[in-house]
Design a protein around this ligand. Structure first.
Ligand SMILES: [Zn+2]
Length: 100
């Protein structure tokens, strides 16, 4: 992983950790429920981005969403849930972004 890529991965992990902490701040939300909420928000973000890439007046970047995209996203979630794939970073070694 290059320096920029590694740095982005750490920033992404820290940002997601902050979202997870937000979801857990009531002290009663089960961890999996918090993660499911974040995953649904990611799915909704996908829908917003995909909509911006469809007619009329799609984004000019050239990306075209396909019906396979949700399967690909689910595969990325499965792949990321294996210990080796999580940016090589154990959350327990991270500095907390804040405390609830
Ligand atoms: Zn675009």
């Amino acid at each position: 992983m290059s320096g920029d890529s590694a740095e982005r991965s750490v920033e992404l992990t820290q940002g997601l950790t902050r979202l997870f902490e937000l979801e857990m701040r009531d002290g009663r939300t089960p961890p999996l429920e918090a993660l499911e909420h974040i995953a649904r928000a990611l799915g909704a973000l996908y829908q917003d981005v995909a909509s911006a890439h469809r007619d009329p007046a799609p984004c000019p970047c050239g990306w075209v969403p396909t019906s396979d995209d949700p399967v690909r996203l689910a595969g990325a979630l499965r792949g990321g849930s294996s210990r080796e794939a999580v940016f090589g970073k154990d959350l327990r070694t991270m500095t907390p972004a804040g405390y609830a």
